[in-house]
Ligand binder design. Structure first.
Ligand SMILES: NC(=O)c1ccc[n+]([C@@H]2O[C@H](COP(=O)([O-])OP(=O)(O)OC[C@H]3O[C@@H](n4cnc5c(N)ncnc54)[C@H](O)[C@@H]3O)[C@@H](O)[C@H]2O)c1
Length: 269
């Protein structure tokens, strides 16, 4: 049984719900985040749900903090079976409005944070023949308007996951990548973008989800158990991805119309 789980971004949202899903199986959790109050709350919920573990402050931008976390997992849990790279932040804004600092910030957390998490935990996963679960987004596959830095970071997470899937198979390390559409969490708190109107638009999208973070955690748990590589928890996301693979031009046209609509809403003449 694979029951020692490390999760980044475990102090809130999807990271917390994934922790609770595995806790219900009696798992040992290594919970990491920059939000220590959130981590403490997650650990107490994990214990109520039937799991246990420990928390550690860890900023995924800092590789030395991730290797320290891996070392703590070895000392306290004797290793790790599943590493979930979930920590992430939100951003929005048309390409001409985004600064290079916005790009650096987004790439450092949402892409390089995952690269560093995979690298820091790989030695332990090679020993346990464990699994990597990377949390990307439908943004990686659909490239929605006014979020190019987020799209690129998440597309990088999908490319990294595909690369690892093929490189690590012979070492019996499993790889999974999760691409949810929008769902309600505290993600908006981390939003960085040029205009308040854009933040409002993203807020509306988060609220519009028919499924919750807990539903997504359940879906991820079940699909990982089945061995699925690319995990798309929203039905609408699965339909959109199938359509894009069949007829990409149709999707580009749709996205271009959406971009024009968004521009008129967020940047009135
Ligand atoms: N909510 C959505 O609509 C949505 C859609 C697709 C993908 N995602 C992805 O799901 C993941 C989880 O996000 P969420 O929606 O639960 O948001 P959330 O804000 O509720 O949780 C994200 C957690 O990551 C932590 N975090 C942020 N920067 C960090 C850093 N540098 N180091 C360590 N921890 C850090 C935050 O403190 C927070 O606790 C993210 O990767 C996000 O991009 C979310």
């Amino acid at each position: 049984m694979q029951n020692r789980i490390m999760i980044t971004g475990a102090g809130s949202g999807l990271g917390r719900e994934l922790a609770l899903r595995w806790a219900r199986e009696g798992s040992q959790l290594a919970l990491a985040d920059v939000n220590e109050a959130g981590l403490a709350e997650t650990l107490s919920l994990v214990r109520e749900a039937g799991g246990d573990g420990f928390t550690q402050r860890c900023d995924v931008r800092d590789y030395s903090q991730l290797t320290a976390l891996a070392q703590a997992c070895e000392e306290r849990l004797g290793g790790i079976d599943v590493a979930i790279n979930n920590a992430g932040v939100a951003s929005g804004g048309f390409f001409n409005e985004l600064s290079l600092e916005d790009w650096d910030w987004q790439i450092a957390i949402n892409l390089m944070g995952v690269v560093k998490g995979c690298k820091a935990f790989l030695p332990l996963l090679q020993k346990s023949h464990g699994k990597i679960i990377n949390i990307a987004s439908m943004a990686a596959l659909m490239q929605g308007p006014a979020m190019s830095n987020y799209n690129v970071a998440k597309a990088g997470v999908v490319a990294l996951s595909e690369s690892l899937l093929i490189e690590l198979r012979d070492q019996q390390v499993g790889v999974h990548v999760v691409c949810p559409s929008f769902f309600q969490t505290n993600l908006l708190d981390s939003f960085r973008g040029p205009t308040p109107a854009m933040k409002q638009q993203v807020g509306k999208l988060l609220e519009s989800s028919p499924i919750s973070a807990a539903d997504i955690a359940d879906y991820v748990y079940a699909e990982v158990a089945k061995g699925s590589f690319m995990i798309l928890p929203h039905e609408q996301g699965r339909m959109a991805w199938a359509l894009k693979q069949k007829n990409p031009q149709l999707l580009y046209d749709e996205m271009a119309n959406m971009a024009a609509k968004m521009r008129s809403k967020t940047q009135p003449a």
